[in-house]
Design a protein around this ligand. Sequence first.
Ligand code: NAD
Length: 278
Amino acid sequence: MSKIMDGKLVSQKVRNEIKDEVSRLGIKPHLAVVIVGTDAASQTYVNNKHKACHDVGFQSTKIELPAQTTEEELLQVIDKLNADKGVHGILVQLPLPKHIKESVVLEAIDQEKDVDGFHPYQVGLLATGLDGFKPCTAAGVIEILKHYEVPMEGSHAVIVGRSHIVGKPLIQLLLDENATVTVAHSRTKDLASVTKLADIVIVAVGIPGILTADMVKEGAVVVDVGINRLDTGKLVGDVDFEPVMEKASLITPVPGGVGPMTITMLLANTLKSAKKVK
Ligand code: NAD
């Protein structure tokens, strides 16, 4: 049996379900994506989101602003999108140019349209177990684990990385699944002694190969959130893939693991928003 948890396959399954639901909905969910500047990686991410929207029958608007756009100008654009009843989801592509404060911009997005789930209000809903928009990458990890019927209840899940966008929301989502959760980070002493305890280890650090085989328990489930571009141009995760796969019972590859799920969960959140206002 293959040990690979195929994020492309899970993603396609969820996208097909979304497409079916859209065809019955009577309105087109509409996602507006704002991008400031010409960062090549951000452009690629935004284009991928745009294409994914069209593939499932959503309307998608891309608003491209020059790098010198001021914070005030960006806030005006967001205000307009907030007021537009035909827009169900707003996403501001990060990172923003240095002169614009990210937190100010994210907090300006109407919470009802915050399909990235980064607004403090959404974070509060998640923390208190109330229904809201779950941050897409973290939600994508849970979706993959569920698809492969990985038992989470009672399992010991170790998350490596404590960012607002991946590690922290995963704490809550795994607790919601009744896992016992440990979080490791850059100040953790003896990372291996922590990861070795994990039934499920999720790595979201951004350092190629930081999780090596000696850090993983035999039979553990390994989820690699990392996306790192090597000097050779090759895309790799945070897991030393081949040796870790030998010991793991299930593992996500990079590319083709968590990556495709992030946009899929963004589509799911936008559909959820459109259904609320319908
Ligand atoms: P971040 O830089 O915000 O956070 C990295 C985390 O790793 C921090 O919490 C830090 O404490 C921890 N860390 C750093 N060095 C460490 C060490 N030596 N030992 C243990 N922990 C350490 O990064 P992020 O935004 O959470 O992204 C992490 C990785 O996931 C990146 O490679 C990023 O590209 C990738 N990512 C992928 C997706 C996706 O769609 N698959 C989405 C978001 C991020």
